[in-house]
Design a protein around this ligand. Structure first.
Ligand code: ATR
Length: 258
């Protein structure tokens, strides 16, 4: 049996095991997907035991997306350009780091050419969003302005000191992750927006998306889409099979009771 898993800290709230195990079972693949709670200082030691434990692939989540990089055998071009790893796969006895978070941002948005986009945040998720949207006109706001300026500089985007209205607004901060009653966005910026995308998922709708709905934003995308789309890509890389999307999506809702 092949073992896969998500490595994070904390990780018990992750629904990655649910969606991947549902897919393995549906396709009758002899594999199991687990959750590995690993503290930041232990990630190097954890990577060293992957082969011994029969682990064929990993999803990488907070806070290891950057910290795991020096310990892997190789980092592919996309992960290097984004500056973070969210998926590890085994090829020719080498553990290779890649990043599919950008797919999780790009696919649900569809064609956004020529649109004015506002990204909130400048951490790992925002870096993947910049890669996904590198051909668009993007503004970046972050609580710590200096980090927004640095990220905007890397992609030739605009850094904002104050939030501004945009056609597409994406929450790439961790606000809402453990407190769905909190939003990083000034509700005024939703006026006239076409799309609001919150990459955070959980049992409750986040305040960010509730505010967007109240302001009449027609297209609301929740963090479920981020989890699923990066998950489909990882599953296909690991197994070479087409991801059973409906099975994975349904398993997510079954567990959340939504
Ligand atoms: P991730 O990999 O999920 O992006 P991260 O790299 O730790 O996680 O980044 C977290 C992001 O959420 C950052 O942009 C952070 O802003 P700072 O750079 O100012 O720390 C943002 N963030 C976290 N808590 C926040 C809060 N209470 N208000 C506003 N932004 C917050």
């Amino acid at each position: 049996m092949k073992i896969y898993g998500v490595v994070g800290h904390p990780v018990s709230q992750s629904l990655s095991p649910v969606i991947h195990n549902a897919a393995f079972e549906h396709l009758e693949i002899d594999a199991e997907y687990r959750a590995f709670d690993v503290r930041p200082g232990d990630i190097g030691a954890f990577v060293k035991i992957l082969a011994r434990e029969g682990i064929w692939g990993l999803s990488v989540t907070m806070p290891h997306k950057e910290g795991i990089m020096p310990f892997l055998d190789e980092i592919d071009d996309i992960a290097r350009e984004i500056g973070a790893v969210n998926t590890v796969y085994l090829e020719n006895n080498k553990y290779i780091g890649t990043n599919y978070d950008w797919i999780g941002i790009k696919e649900p948005l569809g064609d956004v050419k020529g649109k004015k986009i506002l990204i909130l945040g400048a951490g790992g998720a925002a870096q993947a969003a910049c890669y996904a949207l590198k051909d668009s006109k993007v503004m970046i706001w972050n609580r710590t302005y200096e980090k927004a300026r640095e990220l905007a500089g890397k992609w030739d985007f605009e850094a904002l000191k104050d939030q501004k209205q945009a056609e597409i607004i994406i929450n790439c901060t961790s606000v809402g992750f453990d407190n769905p009653g909190k939003s990083p966005a000034d509700p005024k910026i939703f006026r006239g927006a076409e799309v609001a995308y919150d990459i955070v998922y959980g049992p409750e709708e986040t305040k960010f998306l509730r505010d967007a709905k109240e302001a009449g934003v027609p297209k609301i995308i929740s963090g479920e889409q981020m989890l699923l789309h990066q998950g489909y890509a990882a599953f296909e890389k690991w197994t070479g099979e087409k991801a059973p999307r409906e099975v994975m999506r349904k398993s997510f809702h079954l567990v959340l009771g939504t």
